[in-house]
Design a protein around this ligand. Structure first.
Ligand SMILES: *[C@@H]1O[C@H](CO)[C@@H](O)[C@H](O)[C@H]1NC(C)=O
Ligand SMILES: *[C@@H]1O[C@H](CO)[C@@H](O)[C@H](O)[C@H]1NC(C)=O
Ligand SMILES: *[C@@H]1O[C@H](CO)[C@@H](O)[C@H](O)[C@H]1NC(C)=O
Length: 138
């Protein structure tokens, strides 16, 4: 019984370590693309020039860039996308754009466009000129 218990404990320890390693691996997802902030930059300008969606830029940098993106500073290094979750196919919203048209131009459904950009509401009523949307097929 003592033997069984210690074996069980070993299995539990091994399982726990494995789970922790998986958790750490996810938390520490590597940056696929870095970018150094230039004078005159603002978030959507960086997004448009570097092919990264407004949502992805904000989400990946949520720990260092505030929601209204007013705390960027020159020479700050930010991450544009995480390995395995990096959308670099984008559309910059123009005045008068509609999600259905943007999606059709990118040969994706509106549902995929909305799934790619969780910051856009269901009716697509909150997109704005200069916003950068991910138009990848998945
Ligand atoms: C991005 O910058 C970090 C921190 O300086 C570095 O560890 C990482 O290798 C860089 N990644 C790329 C893809 O340049
Ligand atoms: C952004 O995407 C366009 C179109 O695919 C490409 O021509 C351009 O080189 C890309 N720019 C960067 C910085 O990746
Ligand atoms: C558009 O997407 C469909 C389905 O994914 C694909 O079969 C078709 O070849 C695509 N057309 C273009 C022009 O990319």
């Amino acid at each position: 019984m003592a033997k069984f218990t210690s074996f069980t404990n070993m299995v539990l320890v091994a399982l726990t370590m494995g789970v922790l390693q998986v958790a750490n691996g996810q938390a520490a997802a590597a940056c696929a693309r870095n970018y150094t902030v230039q004078p005159g930059d603002f978030c959507d300008k960086i997004s448009a020039s570097q092919n990264v969606s407004t949502y992805q830029l904000a989400t990946v940098n949520s720990a260092i860039i505030n929601p209204d993106c007013s705390n960027l500073f020159v020479d700050e290094v930010i991450c544009l996308g995480l390995v395995g979750q990096d959308c670099d196919q984008v559309h910059v919203v123009a005045s008068g754009d509609a999600c259905s048209v943007i999606a059709a131009q990118a040969n994706i459904t509106t549902a995929v466009l909305l799934a790619n950009n969780p910051n856009v509401n269901t009716g697509c009523a909150n997109i704005y000129p200069g916003e950068v949307l991910c138009v990848a097929p998945a």
